[in-house]
Structures are given as C-alpha cells and as structure tokens.
Design a protein around this ligand. Sequence first.
Ligand code: ATP
Length: 697
Amino acid sequence: MAKLGIYKEFLRDFSKLERSVQDRVEDVFAKFEQATHAGLHLEKLRNALDERFRTIRIDLFWRGVILAPESGDTFTLLKVLPHDEAIAWAERRRASVNAATGRIEIRDVAAIDATLPDLVRHSATTSELLFKHVADVDLARLGVDEQTLAFARALTHVSQLEASEAFLPQNQWHVLYGLAAGLSPEQVWAELGAAPTPKPYDTEDLAAAVKRTPERVVLVDGPRELMEVFRHPFALWRVYLHPAQYEIANGTFGGPARVTGGPGTGKTVVALHRAHHLARLGSGPVLVTTFTSTLSASLEAGMRLLADSAAVRDRVEVRHVDQLSYQIFAERHGRPAILRDKEEREIWRRIVKRLDVSFTETFLAEEWRHVVLAQRVTNAAEYLAAKREGRGRRLGTRQRAELWQAIWEFEEELKRRRVWTHETICIEATRLLDERADKPYRHIVVDEAQDLHPVQWRFLRAAANEGPDDLFLAGDTHQRIYSNRVSLRDVGIRVTGRSSRLTVNYRTTAEILGWSLGMLRGEAVDDMDGGLDSVAGYRSQVHGYPPELRGFRTQKEELDALQRKVREWRDMGVEPEEIGIAARSNMLADSAVAVLVEAGMPAHSLAKAPGADGMVRAGSMHRMKGLEFRCVAVVGVGEHAMPSSSAVTPLEEDAVTYVQDLQRERCLLFVACTRARERLYVSWHGNPSPFLDGFTS
Ligand SMILES: Nc1ncnc2c1ncn2[C@@H]1O[C@H](COP(=O)(O)OP(=O)(O)OP(=O)(O)O)[C@@H](O)[C@H]1O
C-alpha cells in the first residue's frame, strides 16, 4: 500500500494557498492511492537532474512535486506550484541521503552551481576562510558530502553561509552553521541528534531515509491523518521537531533526565512531546507540571493540541506544583488555611521586636526559606550545622542561636494558628507521599525547572518511584526569575550524564537574541548540578530589525510614545494579540493598558485575565514567562525601576544575596526581551537602567 509523506516546508506554503487550491490538494491526496495506481499519474520530468522527482496534476493550473523512490512505495509531496514553476522547481533539485545521519536532504543544485564560481574567485583573494579551522575528515564525519565541501571551502564569511540556507542540503547546512557559531565537531554531532551507527547508511535507499526524517517529513497513515495535517499547518511543532529535539523527546533514560537551552530553543515543545511520548507508552500516569498557573494553563493548551487520542490525553495530567501538593494535603487533612504574605511579614515583624534580634524580617523569612526549609532543618543542632551557601552574611554561633530562636517561634506560631504556607503544605504532602507505596505518577515532566524550590523538588521526587524515565526536566538557569536555587543532587535527583542542551532559537531574530544575550555577558550562572551554565552557541537563523531603545524625560512622555509605537505596529498589520507589553511592576503595566485603551486600542492586563483575541496584552515581566509575541515593548527600564530596589537585598545586609538578587533582576529583563519574535522596543524615562549600560548612547 502506498504511503504518503508531506514535506514540512510545503505545509508553510499550504496555508498561503487559496482555499480552492487547498481543497483540490486535499482531494487529490485523499485519493492518492488511486491517483498513483501503478505510478500512472506521476509524470516524469524532461530535464530532470534527479529521476526520482515527478509531478502530479492538482488542477488545470497547479501541479504537485513528488519524490518517488525507485523502489518501495513511500511518496513524499514536496511542493505545490503553478504548472511551469513546479516543473522548474523540480528540475533544479536533487535528493540525497545524508551519510552521517541517514536522513533525507534536498538541495538546489542549480543555485549551488550558480553561486560557487564567485565564491571561489573571492576566496582566492583572502586567507580568511570560514572553515579554515575544521579538517575535511571532520566535515566528512559530520555528513558533509563532496559538493557541499567544495562550497564550504569557498566561504569567507558567515553571511554567505546564511544566504545559502535555502539551497544547501539541510543537515549539512546545520552542521556548517553550528561550526561557524563556534561549536566543536562533537557539539555539532550532539546537536544533530543522530545516534552513531555501527554500519554506514545506505545512501541509495531513499525510502528508508524518508522514514528516518520525522523532523522534515510527516508520514501519514491514511486520508484521515492527512486531513489532520492539512487542517493544522501552523502547528508545525506538533509534528516536527529538530533531530536533536526529537531524540530527547523520544529517548529512553535510565533515570531523571533534563533538557537545557537558551530562550526559544524549544524546551517547552520538547517537554510536551516527551509527555506525549511517555503517555503513548502507556506505562502509567504522566504528570506535566511547572511553578505557576499561567504557565500550566499554556502547557495544558499545548498538550491538548498534541495528544491525538482521548486515551493518550487521559493518561496525562497538567497541574502546577502547588496546586498538586494542596490537593494531596487536602485529601488527608481537608482544606488548609493559607498564611498570606502580609500576615507572614507581620509575624516576623512581631518576632523581631519581641526578641530584639539584629536581623530584619526579610532576612529572617529568607533564612527560613532558603536554609531551614531548603535543607529540612528541624532543630537547633541541625541549624547550627546547616550549610549556608548562597547566604552572604557570616553568622557566629551566638547569632545562629538567636536566629534559630526566631525561626522556632515563627514555626510554633504557624502550628498554633493552624495556618500553612505553600512550602509547609508541600512538605506535609511529601510526607504523605513518602508513606505511600503506590505513587500517583509513573512519569513526571517539569517545565521551567530553574524556578522550583527544593521543597517542591522533594515533593515531585516523592510523587513517582525512582526508575527509568521517571523525571524529565526542562529549564534554563539564565531565565531564573525567582530566588529559588537548588542543587538537584541535594534533593535526590541525579541528571548527570542524562542532560542535553539546545542552542538554536526558533522564536527570536538573531538581532534581538544577540542584543539580549549581551545583557548577560559576564554573569556566572549555576547549572543546578554543581557547575556553571553558559550561553555559548545560542543562535537564531532568522534575521530582522535591531531592538529600538528610547529614553524620555517623564513617564507621561514614555507612555505616549508607547501608544504611538503600538499604533505603528497595528498599522503594519500586526494583530493586537500579537503585541505584548512588559513592565517591572503590575502598576506600570496597568498604566500602559489605560493609555492604550484611552487611545482607542483594546488592551488588558495579564494580572486580571489570560487575555482574549483582539486585545494587546500587558503584564509584569514575571507574567511574561512562557509567552511569546510578534512585537514586544518593555517599558519603564529606568535606573530606579530596574533593578527594583524593593527586590534587591541591601549590600550591607548580605553581599552574596545582593549579587544574586541583581542577577535575578537582570535575568528578568532578559526574559522579557526574549519574548519578542520580530520587534523589540525598550524604553525608560529619566536615566536608563544600569543593565542597559553600553547599549544606550
Ligand atoms: N523544531 C522547531 N521548528 C520550528 N519551530 C520550533 C521548533 N521548536 C520550537 N519551535 C518554536 O519556537 C518557539 C519557542 O519554543 P518554546 O517555547 O518551546 O521554547 P523554550 O525553550 O521553552 O523558550 P523559553 O525558555 O524562552 O520559554 C515556539 O514558537 C515553538 O513553537
């Protein structure tokens, strides 16, 4: 029985075809088997470079280009174009099997032939060759074939490589681009996501190569599946993953595994695919979780898109971690009374006064969260012995005793009043789970792992038995926006040797990404596993406009300019819901909403509702996590607002926490800026934030 594959690139074009042509394409391919009976309706090309390219009639005017292997019956639809263009497109190209990855590649031979002579001439005049540092044998090992090698050897600048993306064979282009970005051949190999093969691939077997290329070709099992693919051409990520992403999402791991990577590298997409893969295995319930309700709502929406059957959907639960611990707590003890932030501060304040200790209530609250709860300290002796890494203020024994007294009184008061915080609920829920042999989940997938607190990690650890594929973490410590720091080992989660890193950004333009990364340069950021994380190799293949930076004298002038900027974007055809506005405070975000609404542009605050189509969305930088927009305005980036003084521990109180708080504020601005797909606008009034030093003139 003939099997039909659809080429990813075609799906982008498909959504742009007129509805009537789309309908014809669907008709022809729904009946593909009859249409191709004995290959009768697949026409050969007169001047083919590759005999395996054929065309098929869609209607009088349109033709489809099909790759038809010599043996086997897996046909791949590559393109639908007006008649003459379809013939010309097919006659210029050749399909091949990548020797290193075994995957299918298509190149535009005519474009390579037309470009090469000029490149060769130019390269003869300079010694600045782009791949001078890479040996032929390494390139060959990475699957670069003879024709691409000749091309690579003539390149002198990365812009020439970027310009050739449309016509070089895809895997080989990615290899070259990775090497040009400074990755080593080993790193490039890891990125290819290709498992080393003991036997070289058969480069003649096109049908096998098509099956090995799920990130470029979706194989459909029948007309129903075909219609599904045509119906959701925008949800490309649902079906397609980069090979490196595919390997991670579908791999088998001996224990906890994780994926890291810069903003927009597809970590969330991989996490969702991973959950889907695990659910399909049917080995037990899968939990998908993260640390806020906004994020878990967007994970839930993603999961709904991805899960193709009710049975698979039923095996996956999407919950944010506090919601889950609350539920487990409530099942045993009933609904807990929660201590509000304000009430908590009040208790600490009273204790400081009563005991006359030389610490502020903020210091005490942080000591309780980041030392006592994080390390499960339950008595004075344990507290005296506790590690205080990450806390800068050195404490003598007498001070520790004084602090413990304050913390003990705080905990006693919680008990007396029978009130709970999210952390204490989590600790009790962990205890309840530890008592149970039957754990609620077989697999747990955690997104935005960098922001979970150690008590949440212990809770998740207790919610699934240890074993293969038990935990899967996705996160980026450069995007940590809360103060939680964790060593995964300390909470019993060992990911060493099962950690992968993604580096290609699919969201943001190279200009916006490069500028945003500039803000983090020189920051030493941990990797949650005893080492340091790095931003090396993060890149985007899409180019666009550089960020626009604007300073104003007053807030009113700044907000008026924002309103004009949003109008300009709207006039360019950007839909309201594709515009996001980020501010350090909810208050400023609300002011931005008010200004837009007054100017007749519907807008709403993310703090109040998740938002609807037809409205610009504005929110705090924290709320921006997990979202993305075509155009983003980050406002209020002035010296007094960013870093926010109320969020930074005074230097004299604790030098280490001061540095960490500053870094977190910097990362917060980084997160807000990297939500932009095409346009980024950053503004302030008064003097700019010190985080913009070197970027403003
Ligand atoms: N292989 C891919 N091909 C095309 N688009 C992709 C691919 N992988 C991810 N994307 C798209 O890139 C964007 C970013 O993906 P995602 O949100 O998963 O990244 P992330 O690493 O979790 O980002 P962040 O850490 O900034 O929140 C999304 O629009 C997603 O659909």
